[in-house]
Design a protein around this ligand. Structure first.
Ligand SMILES: Nc1nc2c(c(=O)[nH]1)N[C@H]1C(S)=C(S)[C@@H](COP(=O)(O)OP(=O)(O)OC[C@H]3O[C@@H](n4cnc5c(N)ncnc54)[C@H](O)[C@@H]3O)O[C@H]1N2
Ligand code: MOO
Length: 616
């Protein structure tokens, strides 16, 4: 194999190389208008006929010759006889040959059957649509290389076009690889993983106008991958191989592509998404994309999207941007451009943003990402408070309707977020675990809308600083030891216990320390997990033994639970926010049967005070 490994090509340069290496000549196909949404016109489309095809009334009323009413005034109305001077007419009906104008029905009176009176003069062609007013035969309806939208469909039919020539969509083969990958629908055995990138890829490709073709999972065997790529390149216009592009002993994609065709590059200067291999096999572009979903979707977007636009002869696309203030620092290493998923919300009219988890395998962080921060390869990142430009991944309207919640964690908050859209159209909740006290400081700085707190400890931090704050009761929750074994009432704490701690500054850690009177000390290397749910999941998987958490998390995973204390779980937020649309919806959600239902299903909550407001 030639030396194509470990390149570090900037994304824009990689796209240029890829587009420069392939030439497309898509065929034209003729399809009915009703099937044309999202397709791209092959040539200009001209109107076949005019709309309206005849001169037509634009209002309900009477059709007449305008000259017959030139003298009409309110005091000297003109009397007209039906059939001789006028006919009644409805909107859209053809104008009778003798008439040139329409008087609206509201403007005439009927003194007796067969007669009307008109009280004002009308100019010729009043309320008359001329033939071809909308579209005239031979007019250009759509230019060449135009992506067809719903409005275009209406204009095409109005212009007498029933079918039209469009460019054939590129067929894109998707080849998932990996002996441990199992297609959807087949139960997983231990050690196997669900293959899901293929389905997500197909969704993206369809959205971008291609015709995706999902192929079966190919095991990590060189010959199998060779065969699969060769077959796909013969049948399709583009090929996506996922994954096996990295340095593992069974990562055959680069080797296979080198044998089958020309490798353009291996490795882009981006994190995540570095191990990309781009090649051309028998004139067909082949994208070897990394396996981790975040890297996979990002790199598909970098390369498949411009390729598809190139196929259709469309120009470059610029993502929409927004300027936001960072609420925490973003540190990066130099050498590669970093693509950082961000949560964004709008607090007091200002966009604020914080980084989401950076792991390339965290699919949910992609679901929750509002925007991307691109940190240039020569930068070490940004400080908290810096203003940065972000590429948005969700419409700004929905970002503006995002309730940003910091503070402590509880599964009930997750469920609350999930039902908020039922009470707030287009609304959503985005959460960041910061602990009570840090959350309060963020609230004072205008970095979030509300803070989830538990117990009473937050009150020590609480300062008014001119903001009127309210406390809204979520529920009371039961906290306790969560462990895999049955507990007999003694504290389940031994020398070898693999303990998952709460973050060091958290209220739960403080309470626990007070309770155990210093016998529990943080030791270096100890595992900290801010999410109660994920901590319980780890215990259930056997990678840890013990944590402190809410009964709901223990119950969800069938774990043992030994109660320690019961505490209130509250939201602290400005009174002014409670009075906004989002605030009212939040209260409505908290007082709803849906919320109580969620709490009951989770278990371990008392919702008798849910939604109660106390102004502080
Ligand atoms: N020694 C090194 N190890 C790794 C490096 C490296 O430079 N040196 N790079 C890391 C980076 S960065 C990435 S990204 C991954 C990409 O590796 P591959 O492209 O070879 O991907 P696989 O190892 O085959 O898969 C990794 C992982 O991705 C998930 N996956 C893969 N395919 C699918 C699919 N179709 N659907 C859903 N999920 C998929 C799965 O969790 C795999 O385990 O390599 C690092 N390692
Ligand atoms: O390139 Mo990997 O995609 O950083 O995780």
């Amino acid at each position: 194999m030639r030396n194509t490994r470990s390149g570090n090509v900037p994304i824009e340069e990689a796209i240029r190389r890829l587009l420069g290496a392939v030439e497309f000549h898509p065929e034209t196909e003729t399809i009915p208008v009703a099937e044309a949404r999202g397709r791209v016109t092959a040539e200009p489309v001209l109107a076949r006929s005019s709309t309206p095809p005849f001169s037509a009334a634009a209002m309900d009323g009477i059709a007449l010759r305008s000259e017959t009413v030139v003298t009409a005034t309110p005091s000297r109305p003109v009397r007209l006889k039906e059939g001789r001077d006028f006919t009644f007419i409805n909107t859209g009906e053809p104008m009778p040959g003798f008439a040139d104008s329409v008087v609206m029905i509201e403007k005439v009176t009927v003194p007796e059957e067969g007669w009307v009176e008109v009280r004002e003069a009308v100019p010729p062609f009043k309320h008359v649509r001329q033939p071809g007013e909308d579209v005239a035969e031979g007019e250009v309806v759509l230019p060449a290389r135009h992506r067809i939208r719903p409005v275009d469909l209406g204009a095409l039919l109005a212009a007498g076009v029933e079918e039209l020539p469009v460019l054939r969509r590129p067929r894109v083969a998707i080849i998932p690889t990996g002996s441990e990958m199992v297609s959807p629908g087949i139960p997983l055995k231990r050690g196997q993983l669900r293959e899901f990138n293929g389905t997500a890829f197909a969704g993206f490709l369809e959205e971008w106008g291609a015709d995706p073709e999902r192929r079966n999972v190919v095991p990590d065997r060189k010959e199998a991958i060779y065969r699969a790529v060769l077959d796909a390149a013969a049948a399709c216009d583009m090929v996506v191989v996922n994954a096996g592009s990295s340095a593992g002993s069974r990562d055959y994609t680069p080797e296979v592509l080198d044998e089958l065709g020309t490798v353009l590059l291996h490795g882009v200067a981006a994190r995540p998404g570095h191990p990309v291999v781009l090649a051309v096999v028998k004139g067909v572009p082949v994208l070897g994309l990394p396996g981790y979903p975040v890297s996979a979707y990002l790199s598909l977007n970098w390369f498949a999207r411009p390729l598809i636009r190139h196929w259709f002869g469309e120009g470059e696309e610029r993502p929409r941007q927004v300027e936001a203030r960072l609420t925490r620092e973003v540190r990066t290493k130099t050498g590669s451009e970093d693509f950082i998923r961000m949560r964004v919300s709008c607090v007091n009219g200002e966009y604020v943003a914080a980084p989401l988890p950076r792991g390339a395998g965290v699919t949910l962080s992609m679901v929750r990402a509002d925007a991307w921060l691109r940190v240039p390869a020569d930068s070490h990142g940004y400080r908290s408070g810096d203003r940065v430009r972000l590429e948005i991944a969700r419409p700004l309207e929905s970002i503006r309707r995002t309730l940003s919640l910091t503070g402590c964690d509880d599964p009930l908050l997750d469920r609350l977020g999930a039902i908020v859209p039922l009470f707030w159209k287009g609304g959503s909740v985005s959460r960041e675990f910061t602990g009570d006290r840090a959350g309060l400081s963020m609230l004072y700085r205008g970095d979030c809308h509300a803070v989830a707190v538990h117990g009473e400890g937050w009150q020590e931090e609480w300062q008014r600083e001119g903001i009127r704050l309210a406390r809204v009761r979520l529920a009371h929750r039961e906290m306790g030891w969560v462990t895999v074994s049955h507990m007999d009432g003694t504290e389940p704490w031994g020398p070898d216990t693999r303990f998952i701690r709460r973050p060091p500054e958290s209220e739960t850690e403080r309470k626990l320390e007070a309770r155990l009177k210093g016998s529990l000390r943080f030791s270096p290397g100890e595992r900290v997990e801010p999410s109660h749910w994920k901590a319980a999941a780890s215990i259930s998987e056997g990678t840890a033994d013990l944590t402190v958490g809410p009964r709901s998390a223990a119950r969800a995973f069938g774990l043992g639970f030994m109660p320690l204390w019961t505490e209130p779980l509250d939201l602290i937020l400005p009174v002014r926010f409670l009075e906004s649309g989002g605030g009212r919806a939040l209260l409505e959600a908290l007082r709803s049967g849906e919320f109580r239902g969620e709490a009951e299903r989770l278990g371990g909550y008392d919702t008798s005070e849910s939604g109660e407001v106390t102004v502080l």
